[in-house]
Design a protein around this ligand. Structure first.
Ligand code: MEV
Length: 390
């Protein structure tokens, strides 16, 4: 049994056997023997268990779970579990985090966890009058939504505000009621959809119309996370700083590059999302929609040179994630959250934003230096040695 450490500064993890790595993770995450067994897949998910999770199950599709090292976010070290099949992602993130540490690591912050649910109301006899009535009854509608109860409401979450608009479409006017919910530590998609369903009859009563779609919106622009880090000029070299700014500028001005730039960010974020039992499709949908929220698709992470010539990277991204509910109850996801040491959805989202930025930095640096294929061969003490991605 190793001595317990909370430092994420672990060099040479790649040189160890899987068993030795597990020992380190066990000690850092203070895992129980049972958790260790679960993690090392001596007790894998059975086909029978899987078939309780969804329909038509005919097998299991395993993916590697790796640990990114060297992350320090808001002054606290974190070992970051990542589930992905793509080589170099974990090594790249770890290396970027290692370089960022010497300037203090990542700072990150998040807004409150707000998700929007929508109710579409058709055939209102007078859509404009219906809109006015819904606005007048807003408080009552929110109270009815919160009467649904459950853990989110119990923990102080629930409906917070309401907006209403009339869409004039080729299929006639329709009233859209957008309700904003505080989802506390949950991603909240199911809760929000259920709450929208529960208020639909009342909305029909008020408007005289017929409620059709009642569903969460994945345009999660009301839960935004920001992260930043500085990479020192003396560690990178002037040429690399300038090159990263140039490659970033390429993404700012060119959609073909920009989508790839953002895809690299999502490589890191999705890997943590999968490890922690989160819906990476929802995160992807929100991220790319956010990237073109002003009508032009832009990079989610940008870089500047500070007054000392160091490179500063910043990311801003919606992160609709949870630490309770849905697939977060998966036993491995629970262990991954324990390794991460997160106790709130905000903490998780902040780490994910930092990982996205780290991932992006690692790729930009590699593109500027020896190219992707050659880059990770040079990495020492942080991860895999070669990149075989084609
Ligand atoms: C590959 O999965 C992702 C990258 O193409 C991202 C990028 O080019 O920024 C390497």
């Amino acid at each position: 049994m190793r001595e317990h450490t909370t430092s994420s500064e672990i060099s040479g993890l790649y040189k160890l056997s899987v068993h030795e790595r597990l020992e380190i993770v066990e000690s850092c995450g203070q895992l129980t023997n049972e958790e260790l067994e679960t993690l090392s897949a001596t007790k894998p998910l059975t086909v029978e268990e899987a078939s309780q999770m969804l329909e038509n199950v005919a097998g299991i599709f395993p993916l590697p779970l790796s640990i990114a090292t060297h992350f320090r976010v808001n002054g606290r070290d974190r070992l970051v579990p990542m589930v992905t099949e793509e080589k170099s992602i974990v090594a790249g993130a770890s290396y970027a985090a290692k370089l960022a540490r010497s300037a203090g690591g990542f700072t990150a912050s998040c807004t409150e966890p707000r998700m929007v649910g929508q109710v579409q109301i058709m055939n209102c006899p007078s859509p404009d009058e219906a809109e006015r009535r819904v606005v007048r009854e807003a408080q009552g509608i929110l109270e009815k939504a919160n009467a649904l109860g459950g853990s989110i409401v119990g923990l102080g979450g629930g409906g917070r505000s309401l907006e209403c608009k009339v869409l004039r479409t080729d299929r006639g006017s329709m009233l859209i009621v957008d309700i904003t919910f505080d989802t506390r530590d949950a991603m909240g998609a199911r809760f929000v959809t259920r709450a929208c369903e529960s208020v639909a009859p009342f909305l029909e009563e008020i408007t005289g119309g017929r409620a059709l779609a009642k569903i969460v919106s994945n345009f999660a622009v009301k839960r935004i996370c920001k992260a930043g880090a500085v990479w020192r000029k003396d560690l990178l070299g002037d040429g690399t700083v300038a090159g990263i700014l140039d490659v970033c500028e390429f993404a700012i001005h060119d959609k073909f590059r920009c989508v790839t730039h953002n895809k690299g960010i999502m490589n890191g974020i999705d890997a943590v999302a999968v490890a922690t039992g989160n819906d990476f499709r929802a995160i992807e949908a929100a991220a790319h929609a956010f990237a073109c929220r002003e009508g032009r698709y832009v990079p989610l992470a940008k870089y500047f040179q500070d007054d000392d010539g160091n490179l500063r990277g910043e990311i801003e991204i919606p992160l609709p994630v949870g630490i309770v509910g849905g697939s977060t109850t998966n036993p491995v996801a629970r262990i991954c959250r324990k390794i991460l040491g997160v106790n709130s959805v905000t903490e998780l989202a902040e780490i994910m934003a930092a990982v996205g930025l780290a991932q992006n930095f690692a790729i930009l640096r590699a593109l500027v230096q020896e190219g992707l294929e050659g880059s990770y061969r040079r990495l020492s003490g942080v991860g895999v040695r070669t990149s075989q991605k084609t």
